[in-house]
Structure formats: structure tokens, C-alpha cells
Write a protein that binds this ligand. Structure first.
Ligand SMILES: [Fe+2]
Ligand SMILES: [Fe+2]
Length: 252
């Protein structure tokens, strides 16, 4: 990940709650259905007994985000290595294929929810996260790429992903809502924008290929309305989603 900007870290003493042990409570959704024991009760007990506090604010283990974070700040400082690489690679492949800028932008954003928020139903979450900042078409395409991934379209050369056979097992059947949303998307005027995301999705997990994020700066400038206050602080209906990625370990 040579292209990732190095993060700026603060010492535990420079962060809020200095001098105390900070506990990170796992998110409920990460515990539901898990085999691991839920640490909720023992951690609550420790806090009540004054042994430790729950993390609130800057986690010393995470790089500091700028006061007014931009889209690329989230790429560099918060997204997992895999999401960082995958989003940049799929946008680059679309760019090199000569696709329109809206398609390149949609590719750059398509798995943004997997970056540092939620995997489950990521197309739907991702579309919501970006809706105030991109065209309706780009957000629509991101929303529907999730369903379209399960259904081949020979006409554009898109086959069911090999990886999905391994991920879910060969007998996996997509849920009814995905079948329904795929059907709807097929007949929509923006179908191809979403379908192209799935096409460039398949090839973009190459460990030995570093794509420079800076080459997308101008494109982002044209297709992503960066709020002046920074993502997370613009009082938009989705600002809390971006704040959750800035402070993912906040107890409440
Ligand atoms: Fe995806
Ligand atoms: Fe993807």
C-alpha cells in the first residue's frame, strides 16, 4: 500500500480520557450471531467499578482525521487495505477502458460501505452514504450493483463471479429482495451504469498493483460535492455515517 498517506497518531496522553484505560465495546451487529461471548456485561461492570472507561473521541490507535475530512481522507486514514486497493483499481480499469466519468466515479465509490462501516447490504448503505454528494444516477448505480453482481449478463460479458462460488458455496441462492431489485434494475434507464460497476468489480483484487488515488482528485471535484464543513459535519441526513467512521469506537 505504497500509495497510502502515512497517518498522524497522537499519544494516549494527547487523546481524551488520558490516564485511564479505554475499553472498546464491539458493535452489537458484530456480536449478534457470533460464537464469541458478548463482553457487554463484564465491560459495564468494569466501568461502574471505576476500573476503566469506554472509549469516547480520538482513539490513539487510529490516525487523526483532519478537521474537515474529504472523501480521500477516508480512503487514506480509515478504509481497510482491501477496500482502498479494490476501489482504486476498479475505478482505474473503468478509466482505462474509456468509460464516462460518471461510471469511473461510481466504480470508485461502489464498495465504500465496506471501507470502514458495514459489509452487510453494502450497496444500499453505500448509496445512502453518498446520496447527498453525487448525482442520483451514481447513487442508484452503487445501490443496485450489489444485486446485479449475482446475475450474469452475457451481452456485456459479465458472468457469475468465480469468487462467489468460493465465498458462498456453489448452491447459494440470492434472497428474494435481490432477485426483485435485479429485475427492477434491468429495466431501468440507468441499468448500464450499475452493470458496468459489476464488470470492473470482478478484476480488481490485484495485490501487486498500486493505483495512485491522486489521479482521481479532479474527477472527484467534478462528481462529488465535497461539503465545506467536511464529511461528517455538514448536518446532512448522512453526516452521522461519516462521523461513525471518524470515531468508530465511540461507546455511544
Ligand atoms: Fe460490492
Ligand atoms: Fe467491489
Amino acid at each position: 500500500m505504497k500509495r497510502r498517506r502515512p497517518g498522524l497518531f497522537l499519544s494516549p496522553e494527547q487523546c481524551p480520557q488520558a490516564g485511564r484505560e479505554r475499553m472498546v465495546m464491539p458493535q452489537p451487529i458484530a456480536m449478534t450471531g457470533s460464537q464469541e461471548e458478548n463482553p457487554e456485561r463484564p465491560m459495564m461492570r468494569r466501568s461502574i467499578q471505576g476500573e476503566a472507561v469506554f472509549m469516547m473521541g480520538q482513539n490513539p490507535a487510529l490516525p487523526v482525521m483532519p478537521e474537515r475530512p474529504t472523501l480521500l481522507d477516508f480512503f487514506h486514514q480509515r478504509f481497510s487495505d482491501l477496500a482502498f486497493m479494490h476501489l482504486l483499481q476498479s475505478a482505474k480499469i473503468a478509466l482505462d477502458a474509456g468509460q464516462e466519468e460518471k461510471v469511473v466515479m461510481a466504480c470508485l465509490l461502489h464498495d465504500i460501505s465496506n471501507g470502514a462501516l458495514l459489509r452487510t447490504d453494502h450497496g444500499y448503505w453505500g448509496a445512502q452514504m453518498i446520496a447527498p454528494y453525487v448525482s442520483e444516477e451514481i447513487s442508484w448505480a452503487v445501490r443496485h450493483h450489489q444485486a446485479l453482481r449475482y446475475f450474469p449478463d452475457e451481452a456485456v460479458g459479465y458472468a457469475y463471479p468465480e469468487a462467489y462460488l468460493a465465498f458462498f458455496g456453489p448452491d447459494y441462492q440470492p434472497s428474494e429482495y435481490l432477485k426483485r431489485d435485479h429485475e427492477r434494475a434491468r429495466n431501468h434507464r440507468w441499468y448500464m451504469t450499475s452493470r458496468l460497476i459489476t464488470l470492473y468489480d470482478t478484476y480488481s483484487f490485484q495485490d501487486d498493483w498500486d493505483v495512485d488515488p491522486d489521479q482521481f482528485t479532479d474527477l472527484i471535484g467534478r462528481h462529488f460535492r465535497q461539503p465545506e464543513e467536511g464529511l461528517g459535519f455538514d448536518n446532512s441526513p448522512v453526516a452521522h455515517m461519516w462521523r461513525t467512521m471518524i470515531w468508530p469506537n465511540n461507546f455511544l
